[in-house]
Design a protein around this ligand. Structure first.
Ligand code: DHE
Length: 584
């Protein structure tokens, strides 16, 4: 089943509008505002919610500055970090959106800013006022706020990190052997986004072993090389290290590495298993290497510096995805705004060596090819994928995916009947799925090229998934504005990829979940350890019922629905074995 061209075009445009978020253009007019919806789609652009909670003093006033009470300033600041900073930058120097520094805002003046915020622009700025998201008073307040100097949120250095560091159970006091009968390799760590928790769910019985409190709007889980420790990071940059050997797995250490963060990983190279952890922050722009047993922060590195091509200074390059090399003692760190991929050699952190690779701006997420030698990462606002050879620590290729805003998650690996090993990414801005050849030795003509484009359910896709034992490729459409589309999954049969435009089967996941209330969205498939079933989150509003739907990969039929009042807003799911071994 495939949507008609007209429908596809509509879906494409609508979802592109959602994705572009606040990308403002001062040249824009107010006649064609972007639609703006609330809920998960609108929340997709980074929201610096925890930064917004900090109370900052009004920067020193200059003559002619608008009058604002401290109370108004705090409210405007909070709103800016929640809704605007993700695109315009914490310091308002611009990111995917245009800069909003006072030289520009004052030149345009209060009325211009007020109308711009109210009506939005065709370039992607949402119509915050006319959509009803902000009241007239709030629009007025934000226009005045933008005429003031930006507030600089505090730095977060070693002193602050050590102050936040809690060694709850020291290594000497932890079990010396596994104290439970959990099949750890088949355990799933499930993000409970809005309750700031993870659920540890048994991959065979679907029973919730335990629920663990974590940071705010918790983001991802990663597993130590041995499989014993689970690391979880919240958007507030709080890391929990959970010992899966304890009778009931629990947090043994905690540390906060900044004010806003999204990524965490642990050392995987032979000889360094479980030795180090690394986390990357959005604010302050930095990454931190920690002791893998205790989370003691050891080394903080700022990512501030020059943009790879223009060689202009960027004050706040955020750290996006981090993976651990299987070929060298290196972490691979994506730096968004400067477009650099850093190969951080952790063999001697006192004399730290970092190889800096020029890639592309707005790097976001990515994963390994099936051989685990190549790392493919999306510069999503540039429509490109950069390929890194982790054996030589060098750039192999930068290619256009042909779609709008690639968003692979870690991507999906499969063996294409014609082109051999390929890695897949779907797109936020349209319904395409790009298959990129990843076997330069066996299939040199296909390597690092889009060998085939598939057409899925519609725009708004976030994640694709397959497994070495599966014959299917699964594609979600989580942020698609249409409820039926965002509630379904498209499945492509790998064997049918010999056809020019293979058809897909639709799995009505939300319908299978039997949830009547709300408009739940289906997000992120994750396989069990055997690779014969795939789990999808049915992500509903915080106060509504959510679920996890388990699908039999071989028959594409419903296997189980996991429901529990404790499963609040489940999103990402991380199977211990697949996550630690990079199987996807
Ligand atoms: Fe994510 C991965 C950033 C919104 C679910 N997300 C990532 C990574 C980054 C990132 C940098 C890669 C981490 C790594 O591999 O080290 N995500 C961001 C944002 O900046 C953004 C756009 C907005 C924000 O304010 O956070 C954002 N992400 C979301 C969501 O709204 C999602 C859908 C639901 C949720 O839980 O918040 C979401 N992101 C995920 C998931 C992964 C992820 C499930 C891991 C996928 C995987 O398979 O590895």
């Amino acid at each position: 089943m495939r949507p008609t061209t007209a429908l596809r075009r509509t879906l494409l445009l609508t979802s592109t509008a959602l994705v572009l978020g606040l990308a403002a253009s001062f040249a824009a007019a107010k006649d064609k505002p972007k639609d703006h919806t609330s809920g998960p789609a609108a929340a997709y652009q980074p929201s610096m919610t925890t930064l917004g909670e900090l109370n900052v003093e009004i920067p020193g006033r200059r003559e002619g500055d608008p009058v604002m009470t401290q109370e108004e300033y705090n409210a405007a600041n909070k709103m800016y970090f929640q809704r605007c900073a993700g695109c315009h930058g914490v310091l308002r120097k611009g990111a995917t959106g245009k800069p909003l520094t006072v030289d520009l805002t004052r030149e345009n003046g209060f009325e211009y800013l007020r109308d711009f915020i109210n009506y939005g622009s065709p370039a992607g700025m949402p119509n915050w006022g006319t959509s009803g998201d902000l009241s007239d008073e709030q629009v007025d307040m934000m226009a005045r706020y933008l005429l003031l100097d930006p507030a600089a949120p505090p730095e977060f250095g070693m002193a602050e990190m050590l102050e936040s560091w809690k060694l709850i159970v020291a290594p000497a006091d932890r079990p010396t052997k596994k104290m439970n009968d959990i099949d750890i390799d088949n355990l799933f760590s499930v993000t409970l986004r809005d309750s700031g928790q993870v659920a540890l769910i048994d991959g065979a019985t679907y029973e919730i072993h335990t629920i663990i409190n974590t940071g705010y709007a918790v983001h991802i889980s990663r597993i130590s090389a041995s499989g014993r420790y689970l690391f979880v990071i919240g958007r507030d940059a709080l890391i929990n290290m959970i010992d899966l050997w304890m009778e009931t797995p629990a947090t043994v250490a905690q540390v906060k590495i900044g004010a806003e963060a999204r990524s965490i990983e642990t050392s995987k190279f032979k000889g360094y298993e479980d030795k180090y952890a690394i986390a990357g922050a959005y604010w302050p722009p930095q990454y931190v290497i920690m002791d893998g047993d205790t989370l003691e922060p050891l080394k903080i590195k700022s990512t501030r510096g020059m943009i790879y091509d223009t060689q202009e200074y960027h004050p706040e390059p955020r750290v996006a995805a981090i993976v651990a090399s299987h070929y060298k003692p290196e972490f691979i760190v994506n730096v968004k705004e400067t477009g650099k991929i850093l190969m951080v050699d952790y063999s001697d952190i006192k004399n730290l060596k970092v190889t800096e690779i020029e890639a592309e701006r707005f790097l976001h997420d990515g994963g390994f090819d099936a051989s685990k030698r190549y790392f493919l990462t999306a510069a999503n606002a540039r429509g490109k994928v950069a390929v890194i050879d982790t054996k030589t620590s060098a750039l192999v290729s930068i290619l256009e995916t042909g779609g709008q805003t690639p968003h692979p998650g870690r991507g999906a690996n499969l063996v294409h009947p014609t082109y051999g090993p390929v890695w897949a990414t779907s797109h936020l801005g349209d319904d395409t799925i790009a298959l990129i050849g990843t076997d330069p030795e066996g299939h040199p003509d296909s390597a690092w090229k889009v060998v085939q484009t598939l057409y899925g359910l519609g725009g708004g896709s976030l994640f694709v998934k397959s497994h070495p034992t599966s014959t299917n490729l699964y594609v979600d459409a989580t942020l698609n504005p249409d409820a039926e589309t965002s509630g379904s999954i498209a499945v492509f049969k790998i064997a049918e990829m010999t056809q020019e435009e293979p058809e897909y089967t639709v799995l009505p996941i939300v319908e299978w979940a039997g949830i009547a209330e709300g408009q739940p969205r289906v997000v992120q498939g994750e396989f069990n350890v055997a690779g014969d079933e795939i789990w999808f989150s049915v992500w509903n509003g915080k106060d509504l019922e959510s679920a996890i739907v388990v699908v039999d990969d071989r028959t594409l039929t419903l296997k189980a629905v996991i429901k529990d009042p404790r499963l609040i807003t489940p999103t990402g799911k991380f199977n211990v074995f697949n996550t630690r071994a990079d199987v996807y």
